[in-house]
Design a binder for this molecule. Structure first.
Ligand SMILES: Nc1ncnc2c1ncn2[C@@H]1O[C@H](COP(=O)(O)OP(=O)(O)OP(=O)(O)O)[C@@H](O)[C@H]1O
Length: 240
């Protein structure tokens, strides 16, 4: 990712001309969006629309991509929280936190304080010294979220956080996310859970068939869909 020199409030600036998995077979094209400091941008769209491909392109993971991705903010740092948990078989939850802190060069005292707080906030204290292979799906998901929150980056890139979490964990996650946004972090979040997205996102990018079908605020998307009072779900239905 390059660094943004101009507009200070933009923490993530994305322009994807095209990207895909094989040469000459793009799966997404002409996708442009910005995330500002404190903003939560929802990346929504039906199965196979291109949300994960967009996120992979932002992360620079696709070989066949023509894209410009610029990172801003005070530290020019980001955390990626994947939908599928990724972990080391032989490391405990605490060791994962410790490793992430070392990788990001966090100061040890600050790491300990933040890690202890996150263990409490996510109700994971009892399993701090356990191996994540034995965790439930939701517990693994919580570990991935904790690893992201530990780093306190300028940008969070979160792929479908809601599927594995119980209502309590969802609430805890949203509260932490809110605090991070107040601190100035921007968030790009892909999700299918439209009723939650409708409540929490400032802006949306609706992807369909690998292209942007609509983007903007809920009001803007309603106007574009010609459904002034509709839910995000109904707009989504109309536009995809
Ligand atoms: N690893 C891959 N190799 C080849 N094609 C892929 C790969 N992953 C996704 N695709 C294709 O890219 C297109 C977009 O898929 P993508 O995974 O980005 O959709 P999505 O919006 O994230 O869907 P979902 O909501 O189901 O997760 C689809 O046509 C899909 O078949």
């Amino acid at each position: 990712m390059e660094e943004i020199e101009t507009d200070q409030s933009i923490v993530l600036d994305v322009y994807i001309e095209e990207a895909g998995y094989e040469a000459g077979d793009p799966r997404i094209s002409d996708i442009t969006f910005q995330v500002r400091s404190g903003e939560l941008l929802g990346l929504i769209g039906p199965n196979g629309a291109g949300k994960s491909t967009t996120i992979k392109t932002v992360l620079g993971l696709l070989k066949h991509a023509k894209a410009k991705v610029k990172l801003g903010g005070s530290n020019k740092s980001y955390a990626y929280v994947p939908e599928q948990p990724v972990f080391y078989e032989d490391l405990t939850l605490w060791e994962h936190l410790d490793l992430a802190a070392a990788a990001y060069g966090l100061e040890y005292a600050q790491f300990q304080e933040t890690a202890e707080r996150l263990l409490k906030q996510f109700g994971m204290e009892p399993v701090r010294n356990d191996l994540p292979a034995g965790f439930s799906k939701g517990m693994k998901q919580k570990m991935m979220l904790m690893l992201g929150f530990l780093v306190q980056p300028d940008v969070y890139i979160v792929d479908e956080p809601f599927i594995g979490l119980d209502p309590r964990a969802t609430k805890d996650f949203l509260r932490l996310l809110e605090a991070e946004r107040k601190r100035g972090a921007g968030v790009l979040m892909s999700t299918h859970v439209l009723d939650t997205a409708e409540k929490i996102c400032d802006n949306f990018v609706l992807i369909s068939g690998g292209k942007v079908a609509a983007s903007g605020t809920l009001e803007g998307i309603r106007a574009y869909a010609g459904l002034p009072e509709a839910s995000l779900f109904d707009c989504f239905d109309e536009l995809t």
